[in-house]
Design a protein around this ligand. Structure first.
Ligand code: BG6
Length: 503
């Protein structure tokens, strides 16, 4: 945390109000409050700060504190310190009842912040961070309320955090973009993709550009395929109201997995400056060929004999829903580095395990002197970057088995975080990293408006084709808890690739 502390120094003395709009919702309770508390626990918030919860329901400050107390956890198990920090944190939390569409309630929030906090400060500059943990339908009115009535005073900054879904296609994103752009500058908008805050995703650039060994082989001459996989072992369970309108392509692929792909495949940026990194991501995404329906394999989980529910049995799923809970697709990149290399992406719910990982599969050895290799695993080296669970980076290689034998077996060059780093016991949650970056004005992990636009332009034609009334694309049923539908294997085969076995 040392460099984090030093980067914070310039910001740490400026007083800060963190307003969580939508404070009683799921995102706020599961992610936002625990992350803010953890920053406080690790002494990473400015000395003077308050947290305001803003939502529609009636709640006293005391009830609000009770509510967030139930959400707070400490990563490092130190019961006494944890309790002491919670006791110090809660009195800084206040609640303000408001309606997202009503500018008057943002004006009264502003008055409350001034009266309770800013008027008592000796500093002349006080900043305000608004975290919009609300459905996208109220992003625009909330941003308007902030702009009209609740901006930071004088030279203080105002920053607004929003989280996907940023629309559901190119056209709806354009509407949202102009609504937010009318009241906030691009500098003030922080679009979160929490995958960018995950430790291993952050390490992609370091791995690629701080080591000499990877870049020379990171291209179509040496890489046979790339696979980016997200699997969850549970279904939508209660989130069908949100999910059925979205589907797995919009929920995971168009954002989380595309971001991982961008960091993995972009050219080296000129510097670590946010604009340089995001320029490279945008340049790469512009080189991806537009996707069509036949670049996808879709699936939907079905009930199993041992009582696991099918997707359509979830409350809130309309009968006969064709919403995909599984999708794989192949990205084709038309640039000098990646032309001809299939980039396979897979995302699914209710599968056989929880994992998010990248597999870079290298071409077989040219002029192999070892003769036929007994298994595919021995034919291709593979670099595995396991984002979760149990963060790891390892290379699958071939090795001679020790002893009086010439037998070869697969072995690993292994960077298993849990064993390698003492710090891995205390890996910050993605939201913690990202909220800290908002406070510091560091934008490299946030998504720029043109990035979202290109991401939608890539996926919208295929989504429109697949979702048309008369579309022949029907998600293939796969049993809850299985490896997914067979059409995903067929899609990979069509591109001369096989999904890697987990190893
Ligand atoms: C969210 C999706 O963005 O990411 C969820 O909406 C998904 O459907 C979640 O479960 C996965 O995030 P993580 O961090 O648990 O891998």
């Amino acid at each position: 945390m040392d460099s984090v502390h030093s980067r914070l120094d310039s910001a740490r003395h400026a007083p800060l109000t963190l307003v969580v709009v939508g404070a009683s919702g799921d995102l706020a309770k599961k992610k936002t409050f625990p992350a803010i508390f953890s920053l406080f626990y690790h002494d990473l918030l400015p000395d003077d700060f308050v947290v305001y919860g803003f939502a529609r329901r009636e709640m006293s400050d005391e009830e609000f504190r009770e509510m967030i107390l139930g959400t707070l956890t400490c990563r490092v198990i130190d019961g006494a310190k944890c309790a002491e920090r919670m006791d110090a944190f809660l009195p800084r939390c206040f609640y303000h009842k408001g309606t997202y569409h009503d500018p008057a309630t943002f004006a009264s929030l502003d008055e409350a912040i001034v009266a309770n906090f800013e008027s008592r400060l000796t500093e002349s500059v006080a900043n305000r961070l608004f975290y919009l943990a609300v459905p996208p339908s109220v992003f625009a009115p909330s941003a308007e309320g902030v702009n009209d009535s609740a901006r930071a005073k004088g030279n203080g900054w105002t920053r607004v955090v929003v989280e996907k879904p940023f629309g559901r296609d190119s056209a709806s994103y354009a509407t949202l973009r102009s609504a937010l752009g009318a009241v906030l500058s691009e500098d003030e908008i922080y679009r979160i993709d929490h995958y960018c805050g995950k430790e291993l995703v952050q390490n992609l650039m370091t791995l690629r550009f701080a080591n000499a060994v990877f870049e020379p082989i990171w291209n179509r001459h040496h890489v046979e395929s790339v696979q980016i996989v997200f699997k969850e072992p549970f279904g939508v369970e209660g989130r069908a109201g949100y999910f059925d309108n979205i589907g797995i392509v919009r929920d995971i692929m168009q954002n989380h997995l595309l971001q991982v792909f961008a960091l993995l495949a972009m050219e080296p940026p000129v510097s670590l400056h946010a604009e340089d990194i995001r320029n490279e991501k945008v340049k790469l995404l512009r080189s991806v060929l537009p996707l069509a329906a036949d670049d996808f394999a879709l699936g939907q989980y079905a009930a199993t004999a041992d009582g696991k529910p099918g997707y359509t049995e979830d409350d809130g799923v309309p009968a006969g829903s064709r919403c995909p809970t599984f999708a794989s697709c192949v990205l084709k990149v038309n640039n000098a580095r990646w032309a001809g290399v299939p980039i396979l992406i897979k995302a699914g719910k209710a599968l056989d395990e929880r994992v998010a990982e990248v597999r870079v599969q290298f071409k077989p050895v040219a002029g192999d002197i070892f003769g036929g290799r007994p298994s595919r695993a021995l034919a291709n080296n593979e670099l595995v970057i396991r984002v979760q669970p149990d963060e790891a980076i390892y290379m699958r290689i071939v090795s001679k088995v020790p002893g009086l034998t010439s037998r070869m077996e697969e072995a690993r060059l292994n960077l298993f975080y849990r064993h390698a780093w003492e710090e891995s016991k205390d890996i910050p949650d993605a939201y913690e990293r990202l909220i800290l970056d908002v406070i510091q004005g560091e934008k490299s992990l946030f998504i720029r408006d043109d990035e979202v636009e290109i991401a939608w332009d890539l996926f919208t034609p295929a989504l429109t084709e697949m979702e048309a009334e008369d579309s022949s694309v029907v998600p293939e049923a796969y049993p809850y808890g299985s490896a997914g539908p067979a059409n995903s294997d067929m899609l990979a085969e069509k591109h001369g690739v096989r999904w890697s076995e987990r190893a």
